[in-house]
Structure formats: structure tokens, C-alpha cells
Ligand binder design. Sequence first.
Ligand SMILES: *[C@@H]1O[C@H](CO)[C@@H](O)[C@H](O)[C@H]1NC(C)=O
Ligand SMILES: *[C@@H]1O[C@H](CO)[C@@H](O)[C@H](O)[C@H]1NC(C)=O
Ligand SMILES: *[C@@H]1O[C@H](CO)[C@@H](O)[C@H](O)[C@H]1NC(C)=O
Length: 405
Amino acid sequence: MAFSIIPIIFLIFSVLVPSFIASSLAVLDPEFVVQEVHRKVNASRRKLGFLSCNTGNPIDDCWRCDPNWEEHRQKLADCAIGFGKYAIGGRDGDVYVVTNSRDDDPVNPRPGTLRYAVIQDEPLWIIFARDMVIQLKEELIMNSFKTIDGRGARVHIAGGPCITVQYVTNIIIHGINIHDCTQGGNAMVRDSPHHYGWRTISDGDGVSIFGSSHVWVDHCSLSNCTDGLIDAIEGSTAITISNNFMTRHDKVMLLGHNDSYVQDKNMQVTIAFNHFGEGLVQRIPRCRHGYFHVVNNDYTRWKMYAIGGSAAPTINSQGNRFLAPNNIFSKEVTKHEYADESEWKNWNWRSEGDLMLNGAYFTPSGAGASSSYAKASSLSARPSSLVSSITSGAGALVCRKCSIY
Ligand SMILES: *[C@@H]1O[C@H](CO)[C@@H](O)[C@H](O)[C@H]1NC(C)=O
Ligand SMILES: *[C@@H]1O[C@H](CO)[C@@H](O)[C@H](O)[C@H]1NC(C)=O
Ligand SMILES: *[C@@H]1O[C@H](CO)[C@@H](O)[C@H](O)[C@H]1NC(C)=O
């Protein structure tokens, strides 16, 4: 954070502690001065919102405090939290600039297109030359160690098949508008420079995560897709879904393939700092088998229920804000699916520090073995009173500069 200190030094010294600077700066040990500045900056942050970079959102604070973040875009990879925090994406590779939003060729992608970038074997940090709307002809099948970074441009992937993360690792998707995604398929699609293959009809998800690990989806706006907005199935794990804004969609997130697919028992997913807004119906998320940490999200709309699941998932809900709909039959946050109470009463689902509004209620279950919740804990929850500020920037940011200053 050294880069952010210099302007603060001037501001703090001139605004807050003129006497300190006048009387003692000249004689102090430089190391002490630095510490003193840190201490005062820390102490003043809470009071001086307009100078502060401490938004309370630890992911955003990690990069938006740097006025020159664009020169160090790949540092974003070190800002992740939760179970997906080791996803490095294309951190250790070159930056690749997408210049062509058209001409999508699923088998022989053209240089300059997003598809050309995502199929490469080497790590790449993919950015965009300008605002663009990309309507894909088939699923965009990503290769490992890629970041799609929409910061500073308005990028939409919309109106066609969307993103597929299948049998790969280390994927970061940040700052993209993903909407109106449709099914693809019965077509050839390339997934690496040396392989393409036949794809049957796809589900039509916004982001489909299949047999993959170390995946982080941050600050995306997702809405109105054919199947899920983000689905993670078939042995996927180590996933963080954070700072997203989701709207206008029925089955929002499916985490876990089916009740008999026990390979999903190891799945660990963090759902943090998201805003779940207008027009959502259910599955926010719907979980199976694994361990799910749902923390500091703002639920402002759901029609049927918010968090559900089957096949004995462990669900750790902490510090969320749940605003129930007015319909008297939809006040319950939770839905234990496809099981009698005699069975689901043993599933470990708990609510800690959640704010329940408009009659919302969470039906906990299970004996609450701490070892089980330890596997469903990925960061320390902030108080629910901070949720509205933590999530105020959820979704793809509409900013050119984007830094807090
Ligand atoms: C100021 O806060 C930062 C992180 O918020 C911490 O690392 C640092 O030790 C603090 N410095 C002092 C002097 O309190
Ligand atoms: C959602 O997408 C479908 C096409 O998949 C479109 O017909 C419909 O108008 C969209 N709905 C909204 C509310 O945007
Ligand atoms: C679960 O998924 C597996 C793998 O796709 C499939 O073979 C199996 O039939 C499915 N089971 C059920 C009950 O749907």
C-alpha cells in the first residue's frame, strides 16, 4: 500500500496534525515517522470518509486505493478472499488486449478476439481496448490460468452462449456484464490451440463451472440467462463468488451436480459481498453435499426462497441481510429440498449474525458440529449493519478510473 501513503501524508499532515509536522518532523527517526503516519492514517480513516480508502470491503480496498491500479492490474489476483482465494488467473503471464468484439469463430478464433485469448495454453491477463458488447456464437471455453478483467471498460458478454469453465484451474472473471445467455451446441468449439471438439447443447448458464477449481468471479453483473447465472458442478471446488450484482433470473446458482454425485462432497464455495436484487426467484444458492459459506450478502429480493439445498450440504450463513418479500408464504430464507424433516434435521445449516427484515426467517438444522462449520468458514464475517456499505459497489463497476480517490 506504499503507493497510497504519499498523498495521505500530505493530507493528514496538513489537515489533521499541523502542529505535529511543525514541531517534531525534522528530528524524528524516519522509520518512526512512517509508523506515526500509519497510526494516524489508521486512526483517522473512520472519521474522514472522503479521504479514506477503508471502504470496509477488503477486496476493493486491496486495489481501488491504488490510483495507479491500471499499471499493476495483475495485483488484483492477490486480493481474493474465501475458498477461491488462491485463484491466480493470469497473474504470472502477459497482458492480452482484446480489440475485436466481432468475428467470433468458435473453431479458428481470430487474434484480437476474446475467444482467441481464453483458449491459449500460457497464462494471460485479458483486458479490453474499449467498451464492447461480445455476442458469442458458441460457449466460450476457457483454458487454465486466465483472467478476464473488464475494469475501466464496459464489457458485455450477452445475447449468445456465455462462459464455460470446464476441467481447468485458476480462473478469475472480474468486471464483466454477463446477461441474456442462451444455449449453444451441436457444434465444434475450440478449447486450446491444439484441440477442438463436438459440444452438445449447453445449459445456457452465465458462467458454467464444471470439474474445475480455484475460480473467482468478482464484480460481475449477471441477469436473465437460460439456465443458471453461475452453476458449479461435477467435482468443482475452491470457488469464490463475490461483489456480484444479480437480477432478473429464476434459478440463480446451483452448487452441486445431483443428489447421487458424491464427488461434490469436497466442494467448498464462498458467496460473499454480493447484492441479490430485483427479479430473482430461488436458488441463491441451491447447494448439494459440500461446504458453503454465505457471508455479508445483501438479499433484497427473492420470490420463493433464498438459500436451499439437498443431500446434506453444510451451510454457514453469517452477517447477511435478508429482506423477505411481502408474500406471506415466502418469508423463509431457507428451503430443505427433497427430504423429510427426519432426514434434513441432521443437515448442518446455521445462521449467525444475519439481519432478518420484513419477517424473514432462517430454519436452522443439524447438531452444529464445529468441525463441520470449520470446513464452511473462509473469512471472518463483518456485522450485518455494514452490508449495505460493503455491497454498495456490487456488480460491474461503471468507472474509468475506479480508484477511490
Ligand atoms: C495500520 O493499518 C494497517 C492495515 O489496516 C496495519 O497493517 C498497520 O500495522 C497499522 N499501522 C499502525 C501503526 O497501526
Ligand atoms: C431474457 O432473455 C430472453 C431471451 O433469452 C428474452 O426473450 C427476454 O426478453 C429477456 N427478459 C428480460 C426481462 O430481459
Ligand atoms: C447424476 O449425475 C451422474 C453424472 O452425470 C449421472 O450418471 C447420474 O445418472 C445422475 N443421477 C441422477 C439421480 O440424476
